[in-house]
Design a protein. Structure first.
Length: 222
């Protein structure tokens, strides 16, 4: 098989790529990277979101570029519009979710995993503030559209789904964010994301905030 995705079932950035691949039914081999070996942690972290295309002799280590690379293997859904203005909006929100939802979410999780008393409280406070601000901006963006950049599901929604899935366990959405809540529920119901989450079920027991996952995944986490 030409395409090989290296990743881990718990990794949110891997979910982002899986959603794109599943949306278009793109054939690929999924290889799980062992993240438990601390001695190889830096290398494993890099490998855990990498696509290898043997046919084109290409290795792509960045998730947004991986999804754009899919244009070499087109499917029924165009995840990046052809129109320049629409494409820029999709790229903008893709970057937004990676930098202002994924990144602070991962900061909070990594600080939680530190030995007791060693968390960086300044870093934690800043990450929580970033997430709160991001939620407000997403709520406003969704006021008149079903998906983050308009009427169609795009690469930006691929980025949004796993970012919000984990972020919501850290900083829950508020009653003043109904658009965000409805959007999140719509993402959870999307078959491509549901498939990625179902495949991750056996691994949710290793997530440090597993008790805050949606009920059906808490049961799987044990």
């Amino acid at each position: 098989m030409s395409l090989v995705l290296y990743g881990h079932p718990l990794a949110s950035f891997c979910h982002k790529v899986l959603i794109a691949l599943y949306e278009n039914g793109t054939p690929f081999e999924n290889r799980i990277v062992d993240l438990s070996d601390e001695a190889r942690a830096p290398i494993s972290a890099l490998l855990a979101r990498l696509l290898r295309d043997e046919a084109r002799d290409s290795t792509i280590p960045e998730t947004s570029i991986i999804i754009e690379f899919e244009q070499y293997y087109p499917g029924p859904l165009r995840l990046l519009p052809l129109e320049i203005d629409r494409a820029l909006q999709v790229r903008l929100w893709d970057r937004f979710f990676d930098h202002y939802v994924q990144a602070p979410m991962q900061t909070l999780v990594s600080n939680h995993r530190r030995p007791e008393g060693t968390a960086d409280e300044i870093e934690v406070t800043a990450a929580k503030a970033t997430l709160a601000t991001a939620y407000s901006m997403i709520e406003k963006q969704l006021a008149d559209k079903p998906w983050i950049s308009g009427d169609s599901f795009t690469m930006a929604d691929c980025a949004a789904a796993p970012a919000l899935f984990y972020a919501e366990t850290l900083i829950p959405f508020t009653p003043e964010q109904p658009n965000l809540r409805t959007y999140y529920d719509r993402l959870l119901a999307r078959p491509s994301f549901a498939r990625a989450l179902d495949e991750a079920r056996p691994y949710f027991k290793f997530y440090p905030y597993k008790e805050r996952l949606p009920a059906r995944f808490r049961d799987a986490a044990g």
